[in-house]
Design a protein around this ligand. Structure first.
Ligand code: AMP
Length: 414
């Protein structure tokens, strides 16, 4: 038997309903903020991710589904959504026109991670990106969008925020952090873990993200990024906090929040939930004012987020959300009534009604049994007696009410 690839899952039945509900909620909220749908390819050239996500990140370092295609080009299944959207923004020359663009996307991302609960090799993100707005109000808006989505889905969260400052601040901070680490290693003999050793070489701020307790313990007195912020970044960070407070969005400042991708500047944030066991990130994002330029475009501001759909699904599943009833089960009691039933059902579908027609004639009790088992809301049967009077037998399976109904009254009832 052929199985799905490890860490890649089918999405069906109740899970598919939860998935649809999440995406619909996200889309509805994002649209109210002026965001519109964009679709970009799942496969892109590898350098796009190497350059944007960054060589120091775990994604590029360890997790990319990267291979040579039949013409020998190095391509990669997208591990995240921002890089492709930025590429599209540049390719369609919107960077040159300096236009404001707000786009949302959703779909599969691929990372070769160790599969476990909430961590898969193919997973889905809902994300959005806004280009060419420097104002920190937009940073607040992308956070507010997530807060509204989680409110609508009834999900509790902790919002963590931080500011990474400008590339210059980060450069000074990196230098100070590297010196601090060298000092610790020289004076105490403690050696940071192998992952940190690599991070120290490639992007030292990522040691702040290390989950190893010993590394974390030795970083307690490390210099703080907030001490290195330039005036503009500091002012924006203060403003962001004011806007969030003004709009009743609670947050905590987490100076260790650096995010796993290399392209952020100024605002960085993460939404965490403890509703699925250990605290897990359910969404994250921030500002990336240098990424467009870095990928060959004209200087353009950027801010956005990505939300992990599977993690949100896990939370909703654990809440046992009410199983959605299927709409209508339509059936025949005599075989020769199928053409009439088929036409009637088609007419109702034209009126937007969702109906499943069972093509097989069976006894009423058998049909009722199937409809009840499959969780239908309405039951409609047509037998010879009913057909002779242009009527059907109708039952509301929720309330138990049953009656005969004329064909042309059906569309009002369903
Ligand atoms: P990132 O693109 O790494 O900032 O991730 C954004 C969100 O995607 C995270 O907050 C998670 O909720 C989710 N996520 C990241 N990696 C995975 C994964 N391997 N499996 C499931 N969800 C993930």
């Amino acid at each position: 038997m052929i199985h799905a690839i490890k860490g890649m899952n089918d999405l069906l039945d109740d899970d598919a309903l939860i998935y649809e509900k999440i995406i619909k909620t996200c889309e509805e909220v994002a649209k109210t903020y002026g965001y519109s749908y964009i679709e970009v390819p799942h496969l892109e050239v590898t350098p796009l991710f190497k350059r944007s996500v960054g060589e120091s990140s775990d994604i590029v370092g360890k997790e990319m589904y990267e291979f040579l295609d039949k013409s020998g080009d190095s391509v990669c299944l997208r591990p995240e959504g921002t890089a492709g959207v930025v590429r599209a923004f540049i390719e369609h020359k919107m960077d040159k026109a300096g236009v404001v663009k707000r786009w949302f996307y959703h779909g599969s991302m691929f990372r070769y991670e160790k599969p476990q609960r909430g961590r898969y090799r193919e997973f889905h993100q809902f994300g959005l990106e806004c280009f060419n707005i420097a104002n920190v109000y937009e940073d607040a808006s992308v956070i507010m969008i997530l807060a509204k989505i989680f409110k609508k889905l009834d999900i509790n969260y902790t919002l963590k925020i931080n500011s990474l400052g400008s590339p210059e601040c980060l450069q000074n901070y990196r230098k100070a952090l590297r010196e601090y680490i060298a000092n610790i290693e020289n004076s105490s003999g403690f050696k940071f873990c192998a992952d940190c050793a690599k991070r120290i070489q490639t992007n030292v701020i990522r040691v702040l993200d290390c989950k190893n307790d010993e590394c974390a313990k030795h970083l307690i007195n490390a210099p703080k990024l907030s001490e290195f912020l330039d005036d503009e970044s500091r002012a924006d960070f203060i403003k962001l906090q004011e806007i969030l407070k003004d709009n009743e969005i609670s947050f905590v400042i987490d100076e260790r929040l650096v995010r796993g991708l290399d392209y952020y500047s100024k605002t960085a944030f993460e939404f965490e939930s403890s509703e699925i066991g250990a605290k897990a990130a359910i969404a994250g994002g921030g500002r990336y004012d240098y990424l467009v330029e870095y990928l060959g475009g004209a200087k353009s501001y950027g801010v956005g987020f990505a939300m992990g759909v599977e993690r949100v699904m896990d939370i909703l599943r654990s809440k046992n959300i009410e199983q959605k009833l299927q709409n209508t089960y339509f059936c025949i009691l005599d075989e020769e009534l199928l053409p009439i039933a088929y036409k009637l059902v088609d007419n109702l579908r034209e009126n937007g009604k969702t109906i499943n027609l069972n093509y097989e004639a069976k006894k009423l009790a058998k049909h009722l049994n199937i409809a009840n088992k499959q969780n239908y809301k309405y039951f409609i049967a047509i037998g010879s007696d009913e057909a002779s009077k242009n009527e059907v037998f109708f039952k509301d399976l929720e309330s138990g009410e049953q009656k005969s109904i004329k064909y042309d009254e059906l569309k009002e009832i369903l």
